[in-house]
Design a protein around this ligand. Structure first.
Ligand code: SF4
Ligand code: SF4
Length: 260
């Protein structure tokens, strides 16, 4: 999915959302608490902007419309994956949870095969998509899922068909105010985590939830700096613990030895 070029007004929405998210996330990092509260508070902030969007009336997204959940890859922070796994453990019955686990394993395996080039790139349906076309983790869905609105449903259908045929080049017109606010909040969440020496990288959603599900006290361990997502698919390794420090070139090491 892609959006139109940002206008000055939209840039101010991005900046404003980033600033408000900074204060909020800094407070959340300091207080710890529950992962579901984190997502709740971030969502409250996001909803304020979504409500005020100048393109609110142009959105064509409806409950049960799920083309995006069938074809788009969703990337999340560890915090969002932990919130979804906490929600699954506490709010979903055992049978459904087992079905979701099997789907998480299947989707993750296929995604890895695609990354390794063993199989061709094809859209993979999100493991959280219910048979009725609705999200099964709706109250804690990733920030990006609650901030992307198409203004042309027909463009979504075209994009979905093209993706099924292996062509991911199509673009979908989006509610730009919503996407700017969402980008500001999501980007700031990553940035504040990194500034606090925590894992602010992005992970493929299914693999990250699969990784977080068996973990006890995941949020506390995450905030204590434990590397919980080493087995998940990292889609944007921009900082530690995924991005390792670049090794010193060999000749610099030799100079150091000579000086000694
Ligand atoms: S983004 Fe497109 S496919 Fe997804 S809910 Fe909106 S209109 Fe439907
Ligand atoms: S988490 Fe929910 S809203 Fe997001 S892609 Fe999956 S099914 Fe769709």
């Amino acid at each position: 999915m892609s959006s139109n070029s940002p206008s000055p007004a939209i840039t101010s929405i991005f900046r404003d959302a980033s600033q408000k998210a900074r204060n909020l996330v800094q407070r959340l990092v300091a207080q710890g608490g529950e992962s579901l509260d984190w997502v709740d508070e971030l969502r409250q902030l996001q909803f304020g902007y979504l409500d005020e969007s100048s393109q609110k009336g142009d959105r064509e997204c409806r409950a049960g419309c799920s083309g995006c959940c069938l074809s788009a890859q969703v990337d999340v922070t560890g915090i969002e994956a932990i919130a979804v796994s906490d929600y699954l453990r506490t709010c979903v019955d055992a049978l459904t949870l087992n079905q979701i686990k099997s789907r998480l394993q299947r989707v993750t395996k296929r995604r890895i095969e695609q990354i390794q080039g063993v199989t061709r790139q094809r859209p993979l349906a999100c493991s959280m998509l219910g048979e009725d076309g609705r999200c099964m983790v709706y109250p804690v869905r990733p920030i990006i899922c609650s901030g992307v609105f198409s203004t042309r449903r027909d463009a979504c259908l075209d994009a979905e068909q093209m993706a099924q045929a292996g062509d991911f080049s199509s673009t979908i017109p989006l509610d730009n105010d919503a996407i700017q606010a969402t980008g500001g909040i999501s980007g700031t969440l990553q940035r504040i985590l990194v500034e606090n020496d925590l894992d602010g990288n992005l992970y493929e959603f299914n693999s990250a939830v699969l990784t977080a599900l068996p973990l006890k006290n995941a949020l506390n361990r995450f905030l204590a700096g434990e590397d919980l997502f080493r087995d998940a698919i990292c889609t944007d390794a921009h900082s530690p613990p995924r991005k390792r420090a670049v090794r010193k070139p060999h000749f610099l090491k030799s100079q150091a030895v000579r000086r000694a």
